[in-house]
Design a protein around this ligand. Structure first.
Ligand code: FAD
Length: 400
């Protein structure tokens, strides 16, 4: 009999964990496994605020795919997925020929949500990828250099605006505010010349987080010079700054967009029923009405029954879904019973730059260095799941 083709789209958390786990679930004779992703490296989306602010080299957040997956067991195609053709079980790629599949795992991650605010794509930094992070870092340094070198520099060069006080926005401003004193020293600029704003439309920073932790984070960041504008939607991003709902304009040469995400446009392009690019998947993680298509990570939507709203998209959920999908692929191929996915939320920790962080683990609140320790351990645990001790030693973080 011919072996079924398993095709995995996207080499992020969901895709990489599926690829590594599937080779443990299935033998060489059970299936052909192919992974398609845009780059020949895997990167850690959850670390990107660090290279974006320049507090960690971007190479620390990425690794060649060949170093992680066993190429004897998995075929890798570097290309961009354009569309899933559900009717004929193929996937169209940008450069290569269509690829056929019997079973598909879609793990293409997310893109920025603009909420229809004009100017976001034209005038803000919004790509949470390795290339996007590198661009932000270089731009920030260039603004300091220009301020230092120009005859009569404008203040906007040293005004930094972060749109969104969610997880990503707060983690990014944490790193940036930590780095600003060093940048000032490097470019001979007095610290009080630098302005940092975090602008949030919702009535609180870090919505959903414990209020005591939110207060801790805001106080800490304010002490580093960050100014919050909460409950204040941005109505437009312009070349020279932002316009707020109350009409105020803040001039800035750097707007970083971090107001949340929607699922990869491939989902909409391929005609799946979706909410903001995310497919509400069946309990076994298949797309409704499609026996052979799994959708996981930021492209999927799983309802938290207790809270009666979707779980926020996280790496934590993407990785747990990948483990279930690896099992379910085996079950489908072997004709066994499929399992249902139940998230097991272990906690949430946000870094605030330096040795500072906040979080909840189990039902315990963590602040400062203990939260920082936990954050680094979470980052290391992922490397462990993916590549065991070798990868953890090579790419891991010092928790102390
Ligand atoms: P990703 O890990 O983003 O992977 C998607 C992959 O698909 C990428 O490799 C990409 O290159 C590839 N790809 C995309 N489009 C195409 C295409 N058309 N063709 C081919 N390949 C493509 N979550 C947490 O749980 N904890 C945290 O602390 C946390 N911190 C975060 C901090 C930041 C700064 C950001 C931006 C996010 C953070 N998140 C965190 C969220 C987390 O990163 C995502 O939920 C997670 O990455 C989703 O995993 P995924 O597998 O769906 O997508």
């Amino acid at each position: 009999a011919t072996k079924p083709n398993v095709l995995i789209l996207g080499a992020g958390y969901g895709g990489m964990v599926t690829a590594t786990k599937i080779t443990k679930q299935l033998g060489h004779n059970d299936a052909n496994v192919t992974l398609v992703s845009k780059h020949n490296y895997h990167y850690q989306t959850t670390w990107l605020h660090e290279p974006a602010a320049g507090t960690l080299h971007h190479d620390r957040t990425r690794m060649p795919i060949d170093n992680v997956i066993d190429r004897n067991k998995i075929n890798f195609i570097q290309d961009e997925v354009v569309k899933i053709n559900k009717e004929d079980n193929t996937v169209s790629l940008k450069e290569n020929e269509d690829v056929e599949y019997d079973y598909l795992v879609t793990a293409l991650g997310a893109v920025p949500e603009t909420f229809g605010v004009p100017g976001v794509f034209e005038h803000s930094f919004n790509k949470w990828t390795v290339n996007g992070a590198r661009e932000m870092k270089e731009h920030i340094e260039y603004m300091f250099a220009r301020y230092h070198n120009e005859e009569d520099p404008k203040d906007d060069l040293l005004t930094f605006i972060v749109a969104g006080a969610g997880f990503t926005g707060i983690e990014f401003i944490g790193e940036l505010s930590e780095r600003v004193p060093d940048l000032c020293k490097e470019y001979d600029i007095p610290k009080n010349k630098v302005k940092m704003y975090v602008i949030e439309a919702a009535p609180t920073a870090l919505p959903g987080f414990d209020p005591e932790l939110v207060e801790y984070a805001m106080n800490l960041l304010e002490n580093r010079g960050v100014e919050f504008k909460i409950n204040m939607p941005i109505s437009e991003v312009k070349e020279d700054g932002v316009v707020l709902k109350d009409g105020e304009e803040i001039k800035s040469a750097t707007v970083v967009w971090a107001t949340g995400v929607r699922g990869n446009p491939v989902i909409e392009e391929s005609g799946f029923e979706n909410m903001r690019g995310r497919v509400k998947v069946d309990p076994d993680l298949r797309a409704p009405g499609h026996d052979n298509i799994f959708i996981i990570g930021d492209c999927s939507l799983v309802i938290n029954e207790e809270a009666d709203r979707p779980y926020p998209p996280t790496a934590q959920i993407a990785m747990q879904q990948a483990e279930t999908v690896a099992k379910n692929l085996r079950a489908l191929i072997k004709g066994e019973q499929l399992s249902e996915f139940t998230p097991d939320i272990k906690g949430t920790v946000a870094s605030l730059g330096g040795k500072e962080a906040i979080g909840v683990v189990g039902n315990k609140k963590l602040f400062g260095t203990s939260a920082n320790f936990m954050k680094k351990m979470i980052d290391n645990r992922y490397l462990w799941i993916l590549g065991g001790i070798g990868l953890t030693l090579k790419k891991g973080k010092n928790p102390f």
